[in-house]
Design a protein around this ligand. Sequence first.
Ligand SMILES: [Fe+2]
Ligand SMILES: [Fe+2]
Length: 235
Amino acid sequence: MDAKTLEGLVESNKMYQLVTERLDVVDPAAQDIYARFNMESELMELILELYNHDEENFQYQQLHKFSVDQVLAYLQASHKFYLSKKLPEIEQTMSHIFNKYGATHQLLTSLTAFFNEYKNRLVEHIRMEEKTFFPFIKNLISASKGEMNASDIKGMLESDSVDNFNDNHDPIEDDLKTVSSIIHSYSTDDETPLPYRVFLNQVELFEMELRKHAIIEDHVLVPMAKELENKLRAA
Ligand SMILES: [Fe+2]
Ligand SMILES: [Fe+2]
């Protein structure tokens, strides 16, 4: 096996882990949902493809053949994964750097302040989706299945809309670029201490992760929910 093939294999395995890792952190209570789309499932394969390729070349429609429940379950597992695994990992690296360089590097004060503030915004972003938007979609699903009475449907459609979410859905991953620019403004690549490079690497991967996550929300979940909503409003 030549070096290039090996490199490709390592790279795709890393991506595979990145996508499937979140299945390890879900609630035992929710396990049955994830059992429905096990790691070999088509949905995971397609999401993996989204991780491996440029966003422009990815055919989002391919994901539309899955049910809204499946897409929702995937997004919720991802939220949990960010909060219980990714953010703590990044914070751990951050405190490691702080212990090592805190006394001597001015940069750390602004980096720590920025990251803490960013973390709060991300948690709030996820909280809003989990507490407001996803429950609204779950109601749309129940209503579409005939599990809700007419006056409850009316009340639900008056209280919120998919457009309302869509208009307020910030690209929260963009702000993570600030971390890279803070670090880069302070040093050139060859003199960046290793712990900073590890931190930077984690943050850049997380930024990509959040970007793909937002793509699934905006280009798969929103159109699906919108379709359910339109049908209910027309009924
Ligand atoms: Fe989200
Ligand atoms: Fe989001």
